[in-house]
Design a protein around this ligand. Structure first.
Ligand SMILES: Nc1ncnc2c1ncn2[C@@H]1O[C@H](COP(=O)(O)OP(=O)(O)OP(=O)(O)O)[C@@H](O)[C@H]1O
Length: 346
């Protein structure tokens, strides 16, 4: 089966008279990797389950390639889903786990054997056929769960936080492995995650969800640099906001507020032009491994910045943010487009 495009049109789900998904539109191109990202309870898993057919649609349509799958039962959608909990059968060997979906589809034993061996090679677990799944590490189990989903050659792969049960080092290496495998198979993939770093590193496009809505759908770099509003910005680590002063750099026309990340704000460095500056009293200085995180009490707000050496509590310090790191928002908290240098500044 070849991979296909997925189109969601006004996908709306009500559960127990509550609106859980609210009019989601989404285009996923064939062979691409999309992440559903957002805070707990925003509807990521419900959206994935709705695509798979486990949660019924209240309104709207879901199309895979040219056909509507909105009202098909899960098994007729031919999508493959991988869960955080692996869901492997503990009493079966690795080979039997991988081969089971083929057995269900009546694939003869010899072909099953050959496809299982080929999949194990792809997963870099060649020769693991007769191992018990209980003897595998968490990362290996998740690779087998992935292989079991992929072995039927589905047109769409759905992943529900597949890496979140693993420790940080394995998670990082599995991220690149999963992405490599997805690219080599060219399979259209949708993955739920609440980890922004994971989404930024892996996705071609990110769907940022909030309260059942898709607030922003964009490539990782666009989402990171031009978050649609202050809420999205805060979710993506923009932990400082200040009201615009007359002396601040002119980044956008009509900016009411600037957001910036702690790592882009420096303390007590030689003053540069085209920067935003704020003075405040140091209230905290925390070692972070690659420097110090400084909390600064300004008249306006508590701001966070980084410094290369510790700063005495209670002293006054100057925070600077380069113009390129400032994210401008209008009075309605929506992101503003950058200033066209030929326009007059408002
Ligand atoms: N079967 C159900 N009946 C009623 N409400 C439900 C049902 N399933 C989920 N919900 C509600 O829908 C909302 C979205 O849940 P969902 O699990 O999709 O969020 P999520 O973004 O995946 O969260 P998390 O990151 O915590 O897994 C939540 O408020 C949840 O309580």
């Amino acid at each position: 089966m070849s991979t296909e495009a997925l189109t969601l049109n006004n996908v709306t789900v009500d559960l127990r008279q509550q609106r859980i998904l609210d009019g989601i539109h989404l285009d996923v191109s064939p062979g691409s990797f999309t992440c559903l990202l957002g805070p707990s309870g925003c509807g990521k898993t419900t959206l994935l389950r709705t695509i798979a057919g486990f949660t019924p649609l209240s309104q709207g349509d879901i199309r895979l390639g040219a056909r509507s799958i909105a009202h098909l039962p899960p098994e007729k959608r031919h999508t493959a889903m991988v869960f955080q909990s692996y869901a492997l059968w503990p009493h079966m060997s690795v080979g039997d786990n991988l081969g089971y979906p083929l057995k269900l589809r009546g694939v003869p034993r010899a072909e099953r054997k050959q496809r299982v061996a080929a999949m194990l090679e792809r997963l870099e677990l060649g020769g693991f056929e007769s191992r018990a799944v209980t003897q595998l590490s968490g990362g290996q189990r998740q690779r087998i769960a992935l292989g079991r989903a992929l072995i039927i050659d589905p047109p769409l792969l759905l992943l529900d936080e597949p890496l979140s049960n693993l420790d940080a080092a394995i998670r990082r290496s599995l991220r690149s492995e999963l992405r490599r495998l997805q690219k080599s198979l060219g399979i259209t993939t949708i993955m739920v995650t609440h980890d922004q770093e994971e989404a930024l590193q892996m996705a071609d496009q990110i769907v940022l969800m909030r309260a059942g809505k898709a607030v922003q759908i964009a490539a990782p770099q666009t989402l990171y640099q031009q978050p649609a509003d202050l809420g999205v910005a805060r979710f993506l680590g923009v932990d400082n906001t200040v009201t615009r002063n007359k002396q601040d750099p002119a980044v956008a026309s009509g900016a009411a507020t600037f957001g910036f990340r702690t790592r882009d704000a420096r303390i007590n460095e030689p003053l540069c032009s085209a920067t935003l500056t704020r003075k405040g009293r140091v209230t905290e200085c925390v070692y972070t491994g690659d420097g110090y995180q400084i909390s600064l009490d300004t008249n306006e707000a508590e701001l966070f910045a980084t410094a290369t050496s510790p700063i005495t509590l209670g002293t006054f310090a100057v925070l600077q943010v380069p113009e390129s790191a400032l994210i401008p928002f209008g009075p309605d908290d929506r992101h503003l487009p950058p200033l066209d240098r030929h326009e007059d500044i408002a």
